[in-house]
Design a protein around this ligand. Structure first.
Ligand SMILES: [Zn+2]
Length: 528
């Protein structure tokens, strides 16, 4: 997860992992302070064991998650937010939930500022020699003129975008390639570079550059002969065509540049974007609680995907583990005390838009939310639960995971993950619990043409789904409520302490105003 911590979010491509990864070990200084935390009960002691044993059995004995993933991958395929395929997936998700007997199954609609459809992207080197180059368009970017255009290649140094912007007039009629030259800036300077990148793309369009190579923000594409698509901002569209180029081709261009050669490229990128908003929808279904139906545990993954393959590992796995978890609980015959709400989010890939929409739509109900449990880190085994900064929950959660020894070592830490749908819940004070997975091959399947069903091991998928079912049920059924949302002040302080505040503010995702600043710098009259 550290490597791929922002596996699916928009900014994936440009930020260093350390910017997003807010986790840290629990030390005495930040030790939990919950009253019941002194000696939390294990499932054997809190009455949940019979149900968990039944759910474990049904979870491991059903192939629902694997079968669903095959259907989603091979018969619906890629699911770009706002596309007809995504709408079909929404219908499919609702049908699955209804068939297994979930309650209140419905779609919760929200709007995406534009729809987008990939056409094609071709490129060829025309000097110093002639050969085909392999590129794919990033998402939500524009097109070249019809039939493409040819121009000289010009390097733009990602590490000095201010300096580069001053030379922008020379970009007219050129193909730009984003590279990192010199030491890569760290901390706030890296953040500044990231936000400048949008300015570079706007400027490139304004001065009539032909196209931009460098969807990876100056980094070469990972893997052999792979491109990785993705969004370049939150719910953002750029008119200039931007492409990801395979590593081998980019390296050759870089060698020519080192030799001082003039490089010419012909590039033809054709995409379509809608002029106005399109509709998307999260899929919701519940197992209602028997004692506290108003208290909600959200369990989910994201239904939308990229479109170079079938979105199996990102995040068909999250969708199918969620559906499989619901099925295992239903098959067990046990009902939880609190409501488990299964949610298949959309718009995750354009910037967590579906989960942001959820937290807005359910604003009045959020005080009754206990936690949100999300799986979105590829095809690997769940190895850890990142508790979204809620160090107060670690002792209780550890008591639970210690009872799952048969499923391997399951760590628990207070890591904060903003690279998936946990983020908006964390911002709302609700524990956004990330099911961290060991997915070494995810860096290849991520947003690429090899994100396909064959990459998934059913034994791992079914195990992950069963762990999700047990974790959700335990939170929903234990006698004591596991968590209540933190007040804004406390969340702001936690995020500031973990250095998540800088990028959240820069992204316009900081809902806390001046909260979270150290006391001595807090302005007069600031809310406590
Ligand atoms: Zn994802």
């Amino acid at each position: 997860m550290r490597k791929m911590i922002f596996a699916s979010a928009a900014l994936v491509l440009l930020l260093s992992a350390s910017v997003w990864a807010g986790s840290g070990p629990v030390t005495p200084a930040n030790a939990p302070e919950v009253s019941a935390a002194a000696n939390p009960a294990s499932p054997a002691e809190d009455g949940t064991m019979p149900a968990l044993a039944a759910i474990a059995g049904h979870g491991m004995m059903t192939t629902e998650s694997y079968d669903d993933l095959r259907e989603l991958s091979d018969y619906i395929g890629a699911r770009l937010s706002g596309s007809p395929e995504a709408a079909k997936a929404v219908e499919w998700g609702m049908a699955k939930m209804k068939a297994m007997g979930l309650e209140n199954v419905h779609a919760e609609k929200w709007q995406l500022s534009r729809g987008w459809t990939r056409g094609y992207a071709t490129a060829e080197l025309t000097a110093p020699l002639h050969r085909r180059l392999i590129v794919d368009a990033m998402g939500w970017v524009g097109s070249t003129q019809s039939g493409g255009a040819e121009g000289e290649l010009v390097a733009v140094n990602m590490n000095d975008l201010d300096g580069e912007l001053k030379k922008a007039d020379s970009w007219a009629g050129k193909v730009l390639i984003i590279l990192r030259k010199g030491p890569t800036p760290q901390g706030p300077a890296a953040m500044a570079g990231f936000f400048k990148f949008g300015d570079v793309l706007k400027k490139a369009y304004a001065v009539h550059a032909i196209a931009v190579i460098g969807g990876q923000g100056g980094q070469p594409a990972i893997g052999m002969h792979l491109t990785h698509t993705g969004a370049l901002g939150f719910d953002m569209y750029y008119d200039i065509p931007v492409v990801s180029m395979v590593n081998e081709d980019q390296k050759q261009l870089e060698r020519y540049m080192d030799d001082g050669k003039t490089i010419r490229i012909k590039i033809d990128v054709q995409n379509k974007a809608t002029s106005g908003p399109v509709e998307s929808a999260n899929v919701v279904g519940e197992i209602r609680g028997t004692e506290h139906p108003e208290q909600v545990i959200v369990v989910g993954g994201h239904l939308d995907s990229w479109d170079l393959a079938s979105g199996t590992t990102d995040n068909g796995c999250g969708v199918s583990t969620t559906l499989g978890a619901a099925k295992a609980i239903k098959l067990s015959g046990f009902k939880p005390k609190r409501t488990i709400r299964f949610v298949l989010f959309t718009g995750e890939e354009q910037g967590l838009l579906g989960s942001i929409a959820y937290t807005k739509m359910h604003k009045d109900e959020l005080p009754n939310h206990v936690a949100a449990l999300i799986l979105d880190n590829g095809q690997g085994a769940v190895v850890k639960l990142n508790m979204g900064g809620r160090d107060d929950l670690i002792p209780a959660m550890k008591k639970f995971t210690e009872s799952l020894k048969a499923f391997g070592d399951l760590g628990v830490d207070d890591g904060v993950v903003f690279g998936t749908d946990t983020g908006p819940f964390t911002l709302a004070g609700v524990p956004g619990i990330n099911m961290d997975q060991d997915s070494p091959e995810y860096k290849y399947t991520h947003h690429s043409a090899v994100d396909t069903f064959d990459k998934v091991d059913p034994a791992i998928l079914i195990r992950d789904s069963t762990i999700m079912a047990m974790t959700a049920f335990w939170m929903a059924d234990r006698p004591e409520r596991l968590a209540s949302p933190w007040p804004a002040e406390k969340t702001a302080k936690m995020l500031t302490d973990k250095h998540n505040d800088v990028f959240l503010k820069a992204l316009g995702l900081w809902p806390f105003g001046d909260l979270g600043k150290p006391a001595e710098t807090k302005p007069e009259g600031a809310k406590n």
